[in-house]
Design a binder for this molecule. Structure first.
Ligand code: 28F
Length: 653
């Protein structure tokens, strides 16, 4: 569709219809009205500030979560233009806020490149907010406009003088739309902003949380707000260092960039001694293209070719030797591929696969040239990298043999489901869910609590084998991993097939303590490395068991008056009751301490439970924690234990 500032919003009625449509079918514009969609509102606003930074006019963005879960985003760009719009006869800023698709995100002389997963623009955020206030600082004047549910309630007016320029957007998400939750998650926002700061070298992004209770819709203000600041002068080189922190590295991060009329590409890569091969992340216009695409294909082809060529030219691979496979050359590799292009085509199930064919060649040429030069000029790390790939080739051969041996024994065969699995009776994956539970006693409670029609239980005995140290083929021989793979039904590696998943909700249910967190991290790492497609499809969830129960004192009744899911919410809840002395606080150390009825109503019953859907970013974060914890270096492990020691003490009061 040809859209330009000359032809959008032909009349006011069409304008109203535009935003009404957004309120009628919000999912069409922001993906969902669950937590993901809610957080998408923030990204949409921040993306506009990042666009202003990409255009070269802004270098600082501040995001604040207020105690009432409203969000303020401030930038120091030029400020959204305020002069009267020729066609619409209202200030341009009002056009940007009230007309669907107005802004620089489509053709017509806006920005050169632009981010935003859906690229829907701030008018969509306006439509889905019960209130929005926008301040613009421009030409020495500060202006303000206010809107509610998409409609202007206070016309643009001057509120004072302005020394600097910039834009401030504050919005209150509409609880009529976000019926599930309007509460923002600090970690989700922090992970995304860290990523954005890495991808835009030198851009400062600050996140401030003013809430004292991060579970309530309206909280008391925190005495001291939580603040994190992200600013990376090294850009994606810092990103790769961050991904590899705590791991033994084989080379200093390599960096190269290239540009042509189709766009720009930046690449940074560094090999480690680890067995993982999922450290390659590709971005297009700052969006994590989790499903890959042309840029990632070009990168992989070029790396495989360049390393094989180098190994042959140096005689490390002999004529009789077979080529190193792509997986071999990428074992232990962390890499960031960041492309910026004018007209990104996002495809795939979650719209996170880049389709632009013209970018493949640009990436390929950049990598072949950059990597070949690096290898020639740095023979010592080059040798370590090639040796690592040759070892991977040998391990791959061994793993194949081991897999064939286990397959013959029927371990990975769907006819022999693991004995510990209490399967559900439904055979329709869409209706079916599986709870992965730590320990036999919790497993026992869960089996009694469940609805066997559609809920399966898989108890895991003890800790799962540390996938980081063991590597794939040894992990496979562990009971835990193979029962997990068999129960889920997708297989792994070359045989992986997401369509064979036996459940579309795979729910990790661990104790609310440090051990539980550890096991959850290991499981997430496992899914991240071996079944990332299941994460992309949104099949992986984390159960949220309560940590505390409040019971009336001096009664023999076991009735729990209130369950509390968050440590910070405890004091708030106690204060809410007039006379807290009348209540006993019971702390659930493990799932096994709840009786089956309690476990059902708090954690497993679809109508009353809360599940956290795992995103690929969460899983990447978990894998990082696991690497820190289990990698070859001692220091990160000590740091982790020290930084979590407080939690342990708290839990042991
Ligand atoms: C807190 C969120 O949204 N920042 C923004 C600008 C700056 C311009 C702009 C934005 C012009 C014609 C649409 C200024 N001066 N932060 C933000 N900063 N949008 S959004 O222009 C919007 C387009 O139609 C801007 C000159 N050109 C552009």
């Amino acid at each position: 569709m040809a859209e330009s500032p000359e032809n959008y919003g032909a009349d006011a009625i069409q304008v109203l219809e535009g935003l009404e449509a957004v309120r009628k079918r919000p999912g069409m514009y922001i993906g969902s009205t669950g937590p993901r969609g809610l957080h998408h509102l923030v990204y949409e606003v921040v993306d506009n500030a990042v666009d202003e930074a990409l255009a070269g006019y802004c270098d600082s963005i501040e995001v604040t979560i207020h105690p009432d879960n409203s969000i303020t985003v401030v930038d120091n760009g030029r400020g959204i233009p305020v002069e009267k719009h020729k066609k619409e006869r209202i200030p341009t800023v009002e056009v940007v806020l009230t007309i669907l698709h107005a802004g620089g995100k489509f053709g017509g002389g806006g920005y050169k490149v632009s981010g935003g997963l859906h690229g829907v623009g701030v008018s969509v955020v306006n439509a889905l907010s019960k209130r929005m206030v926008v301040d613009v600082r421009r030409d020495g004047i500060e202006y303000e406009i206010a809107l509610e549910r998409g409609k202007t309630t206070e016309k643009l007016h001057q509120i004072g003088k302005a020394k600097k320029t910039g834009t401030t957007v504050t919005f209150w998400p509409d609880p009529e739309i976000f019926t599930e939750t309007c509460v923002f998650d600090f970690d989700t926002l922090q992970t995304r902003f860290r990523e954005m700061a890495f991808l835009n070298k030198g851009l400062k992004i600050e996140l401030i949380d003013e809430r004292s209770d991060t579970s309530a819709l309206v909280s008391a203000p925190a005495e001291e707000p939580t603040r994190v600041t992200f600013k990376y002068e090294g850009g994606i080189v810092d990103f790769v260092k961050y991904l590899n922190s705590g791991k033994e590295v084989l080379n200093k991060p390599i960096y190269f960039a290239a540009e042509n009329e189709d766009g720009t590409v930046e690449i940074s890569m560094q090999w480690t001694g680890s067995y993982s091969s999922n450290g390659v992340m590709a971005f297009a216009n700052n969006i994590n293209t989790a499903e890959g695409g042309t840029h990632l294909d070009g990168f992989k082809q070029a790396v495989t070719r360049t390393i094989n060529d180098y190994a042959r030219s140096k005689g490390i691979l002999k004529e009789k030797d077979s080529n190193l496979s792509g997986d071999d050359t990428r074992e232990g590799l962390a890499a960031i591929i960041s492309v910026k292009l004018h007209d990104p085509q996002f495809e795939g199930q979650t719209k996170t696969k880049l389709g632009n064919t013209e970018i493949r060649g640009l990436v390929q040429t950049a990598v072949m040239k950059g990597l070949a030069e690096y290898l020639e000029e740095n023979p010592a790390p080059a040798k370590r990298i090639v040796n690592k790939a040759s070892q991977a080739l040998k391990a791959r051969e061994a793993a194949r043999k081991a897999r064939e041996a286990t397959r013959r024994k029927g371990v990975l065969d769907s006819f022999s489901l693991p004995g510990k699995l209490a399967d559900c009776s439904s055979k329709n994956p869409e209706d079916s869910e599986i709870f992965i539970v730590e320990g036999d006693s919790a497993g026992g409670s869960a089996k009694q609590a469940r609805d066997r029609k559609y809920q399966a239980i898989l108890p895991l005995r003890g800790k799962i084998l540390n996938v980081e140290r063991a590597g794939l083929h040894r992990s496979l021989s562990s009971d835990t991993i193979s029962s997990l793979i068999t129960a889920i039904g997708t297989n792994i590696g070359d045989d992986f097939d997401a369509d064979k998943a036996r459940y579309h909700r795979i729910i990790i249910m661990t104790d609310a303590d440090v051990d539980g967190a550890h096991i959850r991290c290991l499981l997430l790492t496992f899914f991240y490395r071996y079944m990332p497609e299941l994460i992309n499809r949104g099949y992986i969830y984390i159960a949220q068991p309560p940590i505390f129960g409040l019971k009336k004192k001096n009664t023999r009744s076991t009735k729990v008056e209130r369950y509390i899911y968050d440590e910070k919410a405890l004091s708030a809840t106690l204060a809410e009751y007039d006379n807290p002395d009348k209540f006993d606080v019971q702390r659930y150390k493990g799932l096994g301490e709840m009786d089956p009825d309690q476990l059902w109503e708090t954690t497993m019953e679809p109508a009353s439970r809360t599940l956290l859907q795992v995103s690929i970013d969460d899983a990447a974060e978990a894998e990082r924690a696991v690497s820190d914890l289990m990698g070859d270096k001692v220091e990160p492990r000590r740091d982790f234990i020290q930084s979590h020691a407080r939690d342990v003490r708290f839990l042991d009061i």
